[in-house]
Structure formats: structure tokens, C-alpha cells
Design a protein around this ligand. Structure first.
Ligand code: ACO
Length: 432
């Protein structure tokens, strides 16, 4: 193993340490500081983990400078062009592309586990129709664990495949039911003859009163969007899933925690925020430049939603693919959306502006995905739900990898305390 010599000089006391250097398969290097505190009494302080690799992982490779994203080594451009979401889920979770028979049996299992327990349908009655579907989704995913007590033991590897299948299949049904609840329509059961993505559209948009035609082009684009969201290494929600799972918490509860993390507007919730921002610009009738200026104003809390990324500092390859697909499909379908024009103008104005150029702020995956969802007739508050559905394979794969790694310990960061030093309890009658 390579080592690096770290020489510290603290308050005049010099100390030299040999620390292991870990090299990844793409040659990226990390200094293993696991022994730093034991050897020096110091801990590393890295708020928001901008400089900390929390794990070794063989699932997803991301190079933010070059805009590269690969699942299990395969570029997302190739997966987007040739694969489908079910195959990508298999790849992420099992490490290899499936053979024909493996894929058939995987599909079969996903199809057979799509219904939720009838009692769970009654849970939906308890929510107001205005409930955000992410609130419903997170609690329903956790509630699934109540129906599968065998899956509560996270270390029982024999239960993993069936639990992962149940989650991948039932979250789709729960998501569609959450939407139906919000519009007061009857729930539509999953249909075994339909593909994974066609089933989502059918459960969301068909009604008992008339036949519903499933548009294959929407099925195709939904596959692409879910593929592009399927994993993104140690992002906020995935790190949450790993953190929760590191306490040997079951897969349902760990994924539910991931759904909650994803909901935040700085993470998956940004796709909803983007559309709301574009709509606000449209209604105001103001120029996009006004909003670019507002986003630059440090006295304002406004940010250009769908812009910027912690890791991508050149372009987000997912955004490139989504923008291309959006342009092609919307012009083919003859969809004229004023929000698309505003999005294009906003992107153009921001990319010319030195504030955005200097900070390397580019459109991210969320900038154009909402425009496509809107064209499909999906309401804004369902966008993040679809992101969650897409991210399931990544969360599941990362949870599996973590639990299979014998060196995994419960996640427990340290802190630097900045509060009061010891002081004494003051009785009420003596307090000022
Ligand atoms: N609009 C205006 N300014 C921005 C934006 C933005 N969207 N994003 C970052 N900046 C500025 C910051 O104010 C900061 O400026 P400063 O250096 O003058 O202080 C600088 O760029 C760096 O930004 P940070 O917040 O430090 O970057 P960080 O890596 O912590 O945050 C994030 C990344 C959260 C994505 C941020 O860019 C953001 O808030 N974007 C908008 C929300 C969004 O689109 N989120 C989706 C991300 S993709 C995903 O999760 C699926």
C-alpha cells in the first residue's frame, strides 16, 4: 500500500505521520486519515464533506471536471441510448448487466410484487388532499416494513433480493396512488401485462370511465429520465441512506430516510422549484435578466434553481442528455411551452454572466426534467416523487454494498464543541 508522509507543526511541536494513500480504479487518490486522532489527538473538520470521501464504492464513477458519469463502468450516454430502467436497476444492484433469462425473471418479480396490501390503501384516507406526495411517500415506504417483519433484520442477506424487489415495485404504485389521492380519483391497480414505466403512466392517468392510450414515446422518455436519476454516488440522500443503514436499520426505513433527504429544495426538490421559478418569471412578465441579477445579489436569498452542483464544475452530463431529449420530443409532439422559452433564455443569460462563469454554475439535472414532466401532464409536486422512484436502484445498491462490507461501522461523525464551558444550574429565583 502507498503511504504519504504528513508533517504537522502545531504550537511548535513537530510530528510526522505515515498515512495510507488509497487509489481508486480511475486513479483518484485519497489520504486515509482514520488513524489521525489516535496518533495526534486531532480530528479533521470538513463541514458538508466537501473534501471527504466517506466510503470506497464500486457502483458509480463521477468526474465533475470532465462531466463523466458511469454506472458500474458503463457511461450513462450508452445506458440512456440502449437500456431501460429495469435493466439499469439490475446493473446497479447486482453489478453486471443481466443475461436474457436474468432480465426476464427480474421483470417477472417486479411485475408480481406491484400491489400493496389492501389495508395500506386506507392510509391514504388519513391525508388531506393537499398533502405533498413526498410526505405520503416517505411514510408509506417506512410503513411497508410493518407488512414484512422478516425484512426487519437488515443483516439477513437472504431477505435482500425480495425486499429490494418489493420496494422497486411497490413505490411505483404508492407514488401513483398519492397522485390519485391528490386529485380525488379512484386508485388504479397495476397491470401485469404492462412494462415498469407504462404501468406508472397507466396508474397515474387512466380512469375507470374510459380507455387510456399509453403513449410509447412518453414511456421511452420516462425510462430515460429514471435511468439518468438512478444513482449519483455519495449525494445527500444516498449518504443519508448509508448513514441510517449503518445502524443496521432495515432497507424500508433507510430508503424512507433517503426520500426525506431528497425532498429538500437544494437536492431533488429542486425540480419542483425550477418549474415554480419559471412560472413566477412568466407571470411577472419581467425579463430573465432581472432574475439573473437577483440570483447574484448577496442581499437576496433567491438562487437560480436548477443551477450549480457540488461536484460538476463544467457541465452535468445528465442535463445535456435531458435537454437534448426535451428539445427533440417537444418539437416532435408540437408542444409549445412558454416556460421552455423562459428556461432557454435564462440559461443563455446565466451562461454569459461572469458571476455564473467564475463560480462554474451550469444547469443541473433538474433544470429541464420538469419541462418534460409538465409536457407529460405530470403535476409539479409529483416531480420529486419521480426523482425518488428513479433514485431507488442507487439507494438500494449503496445500502447493499455498505452492508456487505465487513469493515462498515456505524456512521458517527465527531464535532468541535463551541458552546459554553462548564457552568452551574441557577435556581429560578436567582435568574436575572
Ligand atoms: N444561483 C445563484 N448562486 C449560486 C447558485 C445558484 N443556483 N448555486 C451556487 N451559487 C453561488 C453561491 O452563492 C456561492 O457564491 P459565493 O462563492 O459568492 O458565496 C457559490 O455559487 C458556491 O455555491 P455553494 O452554495 O457554496 O455550492 P454548494 O456546492 O454548497 O451547493 C447547490 C450546490 C446546493 C446545488 C447549489 O448550487 C444550489 O443551491 N443550487 C440551486 C438548487 C439546485 O438546483 N439543486 C439541485 C442540485 S442537483 C441535485 O441534487 C439533484
Amino acid at each position: 500500500m502507498d503511504t504519504a508522509k504528513l508533517v504537522l507543526n502545531i504550537e511548535g511541536k513537530e510530528q510526522s505521520l505515515d498515512l495510507p494513500v488509497i487509489t481508486g480504479s480511475e486513479k483518484e487518490k485519497a489520504l486515509d486519515i482514520g488513524s489521525l486522532r489516535a496518533k495526534t489527538g486531532l480530528v479533521a473538520l470538513d463541514p458538508a464533506f466537501g473534501n471527504t470521501a466517506s466510503t470506497l464504492s464500486a457502483i458509480t464513477f463521477l468526474d465533475g471536471e470532465q462531466g463523466i458519469l458511469r454506472y458500474r463502468g458503463i457511461p450513462i450516454e450508452e445506458l440512456g441510448a440502449h437500456s431501460n430502467f429495469v435493466e439499469v436497476a439490475y446493473l446497479l444492484i447486482n453489478g453486471q448487466l443481466p443475461t436474457k433469462s436474468q432480465l426476464e425473471s427480474y421483470r417477472y418479480n417486479l411485475t408480481r410484487h406491484s400491489m400493496i396490501h389492501e389495508d395500506m390503501k386506507r392510509f391514504f384516507d388519513g391525508y388531506p388532499s393537499t398533502a405533498h406526495p413526498m410526505a405520503i411517500l416517505s411514510s408509506m415506504v417506512c410503513s411497508l416494513s410493518a407488512y414484512y417483519p422478516d425484512a426487519l433484520d437488515a443483516m439477513n442477506t437472504e431477505m435482500f433480493d425480495i425486499t429490494a424487489t418489493r420496494i422497486l415495485s411497490k413505490v411505483r404504485t404508492i407514488s401513483a396512488y398519492a397522485y390519485k389521492k391528490s386529485i380525488g380519483q379512484p386508485f388504479v391497480y397495476p397491470q401485469n401485462h404492462l412494462s415498469y414505466c407504462a404501468n406508472i403512466l397507466n396508474m397515474m392517468f387512466s380512469v375507470p370511465a374510459e380507455p387510456y392510450h399509453i403513449d410509447e414515446e412518453w414511456v421511452k422518455i420516462l425510462n430515460l429520465l429514471l435511468i439518468l436519476h438512478a444513482d449519483h454516488e455519495q449525494n445527500c440522500s444516498t449518504s443519508t441512506v448509508r448513514t441510517v443503514g449503518s445502524a443496521h436499520t432495515n432497507l424500508f426505513a433507510s430508503i424512507s430516510a433517503g426520500v426525506c433527504a431528497l425532498w429538500g429544495p437544494l437536492h431533488g426538490g429542486a425540480n419542483q422549484e425550477v418549474l415554480e421559478m419559471l412560472e413566477k418569471i412568466r407571470v411577472s412578465g419581467d425579463s430573465v435578466q432581472k432574475y439573473v441579477e437577483l440570483a447574484k445579489d448577496k442581499n437576496s436569498t433567491f438562487r437560480l434553481m436548477g443551477f450549480g452542483h457540488r461536484v460538476y464544475k463544467n457541465f452535468d452530463p445528465r442535463a445535456t442528455l435531458i435537454k437534448g431529449a426535451c428539445d427533440k420530443l417537444l418539437s416532435k409532439k408540437g408542444v409549445k411551452d412558454p416556460l421552455l422559452d423562459i428556461a432557454r433564455r435564462l440559461e443563455e443569460a446565466a451562461l454569459k454572466d461572469s458571476y455564473f462563469v467564475e463560480r462554474k454554475l451550469y444547469p443541473n439535472v433538474d433544470f429541464y426534467s420538469g419541462i418534460i414532466y409538465r409536457a407529460m401532464g405530470i403535476p409539479t409536486d409529483m416531480f420529486t416523487v419521480l426523482f425518488a422512484l428513479g433514485r431507488l436502484p442507487g439507494w438500494i445498491a449503496q445500502w447493499k454494498e455498505m452492508n456487505a462490507d465487513k469493515s462498515t461501522r456505524i456512521v458517527r461523525p465527531r464535532q468541535i464543541y463551541t458552546g459554553e464551558t462548564e457552568r452551574h444550574y441557577v435556581p429560578m429565583d436567582k435568574r436575572g
